[in-house]
Every structure is written in C-alpha cells, then in structure tokens.
Design a protein around this ligand. Structure first.
Ligand code: UTP
Length: 288
C-alpha cells in the first residue's frame, strides 16, 4: 500500500478577480474572519494525514511564507503581556508535524505548469493537489465524513487517482469542469469511475451536474503527462488536459463530496464564505 503524505498547493497566480485587494496581498492570504484562506487549506491537509506540503509560489507572495514561519518579536510581546491564548494561535499557524517547502513558479503559465513545479520535491509518489481558493465547509454535512481523508484512504486502498466533485445547479454547470461518470448516481462519500472531464460545457452538452472542486489525488504517472501538456485554453498549461490523458491509461475515480464548497477566488464566493464562516465562528455566531 502506497501512503499519501505529500501535497502540492499552487499559490502563484495573480488573483486578478479580487483586485485591488490582491495587489499587495496574496489572494490566499485574504481572511475569512480571522484566519487567512491558506491556513484553512493547510489545516485540511494536516487533518488528512499530509506531512509534507509543497507550495508553488512567486516572489510577490512572501506573506504566505511569513504566515507559516515563526514570528519571534510578536510571540515575545504576546508572552510578556500574558496573552497566552493568542500566543498559542500565532505559534500554531502551521500545524504540528507538517513540513512546508516552497518552490517558485517563475511565470504564471497555468495550473498544470504550477503543479509540475512541485515534481522535484514530491518525486515518484502519489500526491494531493489542493486549489487554495476553494474552501470545503464540512460542518453543514450530515455525519462527520471528512472528504480529503476519505479520498486519501480510498487512494491508499485502490491506488486509483481521485478527483472531488460536487453537485451544482443547472445554471452553474457552464462555469466548471464537469465529470462524466456515465450517469451513475452517487451519494455523499461514494466514488465512481471517471470516463471524461468536460471543461465548462453548455448545460445541454454537459454529461452531469458534477463539478470538479479543487481536490485531487494523483498517481505519479501524472508527472510525465504534465511535462508533455502544451498550452491550452487561455494560453495556459491546463491540469485538466493532463488529467484527460491520464484517464486514457489509468482508472480515475470521481469522489462525491459532502458539505459545501466556497470558491473564494471571486467576489461573490468570497462574500458568501465570509458570511457562512462568521455564522459559525464561536465569537460571532448569534451576533450577526
Ligand atoms: P486561478 O485561476 O483560480 O487563480 O487558479 P488566479 O490565476 O490567481 O486567479 P485570477 O483568475 O487571476 O483571478 C487556481 C489556483 O492556482 C494557482 C493560483 O494561485 C490559484 O490558487 N495558479 C494558477 C498558480 O499557482 N500558477 C498559475 O500559473 C495559475
């Protein structure tokens, strides 16, 4: 059994849909109340047993690295003032037992290219890819199914690459990559073989209402395919194009998530995420 312990998180994009907020602050550092988006993502990895995270980053995004590093002066100040609870929060931005390394993507050539930048650090092992602008809120789910952990367990049992999917409304189908699972009906937590991924189809042409929501586990075979992938839609090297090739040679599974995703990379999704998380924040719920 091959354990899944590594994750690649691409954070090198411009975040142009959230300008001017993202002119000097990385999109991934925008707060959802009092925690930056990227910290939720790193915590999600830790919960799923990931111990080594590779962030594919850019020189303009130093704030992400700072957030997960020690802040000696701030810690001393909080300690001297006896603010122990805050001190603990500041010391634990990076969960214990998780190692984060950084690799630069010199030029934002697309998501596929960004993931490929993690190859030398990850090596010949299966790995998770997380899109850091998508938050997965599992608290609204029935039961306590943990999506990423379940995907990791599924991979470790089957050695089959996985993508996470979520049911979206008819009107939203054309905004996402859509999974074709040949009409199989899934319940939350179930998986089915993926036969095709269709990028942003018109609703009439869509093979399902199952949108790909930014969580993947790949076998190392994806590396060679990514290296061969040419620029596609928008002139960018697309992860979906490499995935399409992978499906031709290896089985992949679509995992049907529980809970709700929030795409924080656009204004509406970000605003909805802030409201949802504020309403369950221990200091705020009931007050708003
Ligand atoms: P997005 O396309 O959502 O992010 O990519 P973006 O390019 O930053 O956003 P807009 O479109 O300009 O508003 C999903 C994730 O992939 C990363 C981004 O940082 C984002 O977290 N990414 C994208 C890279 O690391 N490198 C790239 O070349 C492209």
């Amino acid at each position: 059994m091959k354990k899944v312990t590594k994750a690649v998180i691409p954070v090198a994009g411009f975040g142009s849909r959230m300008l001017p907020a993202t002119k000097a602050i990385p999109k991934e550092m925008l707060p959802i109340i009092d925690k930056p988006i990227i910290q939720y993502i790193v915590e999600e990895c830790a919960k799923a047993g990931i111990t080594d995270i590779v962030m594919v980053t850019h020189t303009s995004k130093k704030a992400i690295e700072n957030h997960f590093s020690q802040a000696k002066e701030l810690e001393d100040s909080l300690s001297n003032k006896g603010k122990d609870a805050l001190l603990k929060i500041v010391q634990n931005t990076k969960p214990k037992g998780v190692n984060i390394s950084y690799v630069q993507q010199g030029e934002a050539k697309g998501l596929g290219h960004a993931v490929l930048c993690g190859k030398d650090i990850v090596g010949d092992e299966p790995f998770v890819v997380i899109l850091p602008d998508v938050l997965i809120d599992e608290s609204s789910a029935s039961g306590d199914l943990d999506n990423l952990s379940t995907m990791v367990t599924n991979f470790e049992r089957s050695n089959v690459s996985q993508i996470m999917v979520e049911l979206v409304a008819d009107k939203d189908v054309s905004k996402f990559g859509i999974a074709d699972i040949k009409g199989i009906k899934l319940n939350a937590g179930d998986s089915a073989p993926l036969t095709r991924v269709v990028e942003k189809p018109a609703f009439e042409d869509a093979p399902s209402n199952l949108a790909i929501v930014g969580r993947y586990i790949f076998s190392p075979s994806i590396w060679a395919l990514l290296a061969e992938t040419k620029a596609g839609v928008g002139g960018e090297i697309q992860l979906t194009d490499a995935m399409d090739e992978l499906i031709k040679t290896e089985t992949m599974h679509a995992y049907y998530m529980t809970g709700k995703s929030h795409d924080c990379g656009n204004k509406q999704g970000y605003a909805k995420a802030v409201i949802a998380y504020a309403n369950k924040h221990p200091e705020l719920k009931g007050e708003l």
